[in-house]
Design a protein around this ligand. Structure first.
Ligand SMILES: [Zn+2]
Length: 176
C-alpha cells in the first residue's frame, strides 16, 4: 500500500509508504510495525507540508485479478462531462475576477462561496476538534467540498460533501 498526495494546484506528488515495512492498512499483508513505530514514521512527514496538499488518498495495492477485470466502471466520457460542467460552474462563479477555479479561492471567496449547511457545519466542528486540524487544513476541506458539490451539481455544500472532503485528508488524522 502506498499513500499518495495530489495537490489540486495541478501538481502531483507521491509522498511515502504508510509505515516502515510498507504494509500498514494493506488488506493482503500483515504490517510488522508497532503503533509507536508507525506514529514515529508518519511524524517525519511534516504537518506544514501536508497542509499544502489538497487531497490525500490511500491507494491500496491492487491484485492482478482486479487489474485484469475488464468490466467497466463509469465511462471516462461521462466523467469528462461531469468535470466540464463543474468547470463551467466555477467559471461562472468567478466571472470578472482573477480566480478561475475553486483551488485558488482567497479567504474572502471561501467565506462567500463555501458556507456549508447546518449538518455540514456540525460535521466540520466535530472533526476539527477530534483531529486537531490546522486552519489551513480546514480551509482545504472547504475548498475541496465546494468542488465535490459542484461535481454533484449542488449549489449548497452539504454534510456528505464535507465528509467526502474530510476523507481526502487522511494524513491529517492522528491515528489511522
Ligand atoms: Zn508496517
Amino acid at each position: 500500500m502506498r499513500t499518495s498526495a495530489v495537490s489540486s494546484g495541478y501538481s502531483r506528488e507521491r509522498l511515502t509508504h504508510p509505515c516502515h515495512c510498507g504494509y500498514s492498512g494493506d488488506p493482503q499483508h500483515q504490517c510488522s510495525c508497532t503503533p509507536i513505530m508507525i506514529q514515529r514514521y508518519r511524524s517525519r512527514i511534516s504537518g506544514p507540508l501536508l497542509d499544502r496538499i489538497d487531497i490525500h488518498i490511500e491507494v491500496p495495492a491492487v491484485k492482478y485479478s482486479e487489474l485484469a477485470d475488464r468490466r467497466e466502471g463509469e465511462s471516462s466520457t461521462a466523467i469528462r462531462e461531469r468535470v466540464e460542467r463543474s468547470r463551467d460552474i466555477q467559471r461562472e462563479r468567478f466571472k470578472g475576477t482573477k480566480v478561475h477555479c475553486n483551488a485558488h479561492m482567497p479567504p474572502r471567496f471561501i467565506r462567500k462561496f463555501c458556507e456549508p449547511d447546518a449538518a455540514g457545519h456540525r460535521m466540520l466542528e466535530l472533526v476539527t476538534d477530534r483531529l486537531g486540524l490546522s486552519a489551513r487544513s480546514y480551509t482545504r476541506i472547504l475548498k475541496v467540498a465546494r468542488t465535490i458539490a459542484d461535481l454533484a451539481g449542488s449549489e449548497g455544500i452539504r454534510e456528505n460533501h464535507i465528509s467526502e472532503a474530510i476523507q481526502y485528508r487522511s494524513l491529517d488524522r492522528k491515528t489511522m
